[in-house]
Design a protein around this ligand. Structure first.
Ligand SMILES: [Zn+2]
Length: 113
């Protein structure tokens, strides 16, 4: 399977998952695909790692969609960016850490284990 095919599937899954989580999805699968493809060429804007696509289970470098302002609950151009799983979860974990100690240890075991 080519990276393009994997990113196309990623775009579809990303759309479906955000809808399921109650987001208003204002982007087409094609728009997400283009975003993902560009990110795949450029690497993660936060840590600079090359992305991996189509990996199951996810790896620290898996392509993920980050919602810039999650309080808006909207998936639209300008409110999304592609970052690696590690950076995306680092951000999520920072806000969750005060609530859950187990998530923090999960992150450590993933990274070092
Ligand atoms: Zn990153």
């Amino acid at each position: 399977m080519t990276p393009e095919t994997k990113i196309w599937r990623w775009a579809r899954n990303t759309k479906v998952r955000h809808k399921q989580r109650g987001f208003q999805v204002k982007m087409t699968q094609n728009e997400l695909y283009k975003l993902g493809l560009q990110a795949y060429k450029d690497g993660c804007p936060i840590c600079g790692s090359a992305f991996e696509v189509g990996c199951a289970p996810v790896t620290i470098n898996s392509l993920t969609l980050d919602i810039v302002d999650p309080t808006m609950r909207i998936l639209a151009p300008g409110n999304v960016q592609c970052v690696c799983w590690g950076c995306n979860n680092e951000k999520n974990l920072k806000s969750m850490r005060k609530n859950s100690q187990s998530l923090q240890s999960g992150r450590i075991s993933l990274k070092w284990g």
